[in-house]
Write a protein that binds this ligand. Structure first.
Ligand code: ZN
Length: 189
């Protein structure tokens, strides 16, 4: 399986920032993406990151930066594209894991379902908000099955702490790895 993993944000765009420890979403996304890529490579899969440093793909241009990310998957003819993010809300009560695909029934829905199921199994301590659909530019432009995960809420006090822990980052990478591998098997990849 060839997977393109997209750690959301980077560089001048830190993404959401935690209120208690100033944890930066861009850093969590990159850490989990690197752990996930390592796991996939160990299983003999090809995992490519859209960024490996704290930088945007197209510095200073948010729209072109977002467009460039799925382009990596398209250029490499990847089997799937996974964008990794952390959620944030004005309310400090909002918490949990979500996985998004584009609107309508398509080849991405099964990918999202498998990731959700893997999360349910391996991370029962992080509430499941479910599989949702949204018109995210980063997903719309991907030619292959594509999903965007919101790992947890960086704006929730407990989840900010959860997201910063190395052992938890390993567990999140493990859940995503498991979901991707079960999906690939079901898709005959
Ligand atoms: Zn984000």
């Amino acid at each position: 399986m060839k997977v393109v993993i997209d750690p959301g944000h980077g560089g001048i765009d830190p993404g959401a920032v935690g209120r208690d420890t100033k944890l930066r979403e861009a850093d969590v996304n990159l850490a989990v993406a690197k752990l996930l890529a390592g796991r996939l490579a160990e299983r003999g899969h090809e995992a490519v990151l859209t960024r490996t440093a704290d930088a945007q793909l197209v510095p200073g241009d948010r729209n072109r930066d977002l467009a460039a990310r799925p382009e990596v998957a398209n250029r490499l003819h990847a089997d799937c594209f996974l964008s990794i993010h952390c959620n944030a809300a004005v309310s400090r009560e909002a918490r949990g894991f979500e996985v998004f695909t584009t609107r309508g029934r398509d080849h991405s829905d099964s990918l999202a379902a498998h990731i959700l199921e893997a999360w349910r199994t391996l991370l029962p301590d992080i509430r499941l908000r479910g599989a949702k659909e949204a018109d995210f530019a980063v997903l719309r432009r991907a030619a292959c099955p594509a999903a965007l995960v919101e790992l947890a809420f960086i704006s929730h006090p407990e989840e900010e702490r959860f997201l910063s822990g190395r052992a938890n980052q390993e567990r999140m990478a493990e859940a995503l790895d498991f979901g991707l591998c079960v999906w690939a098997r079901s898709a005959g990849i």
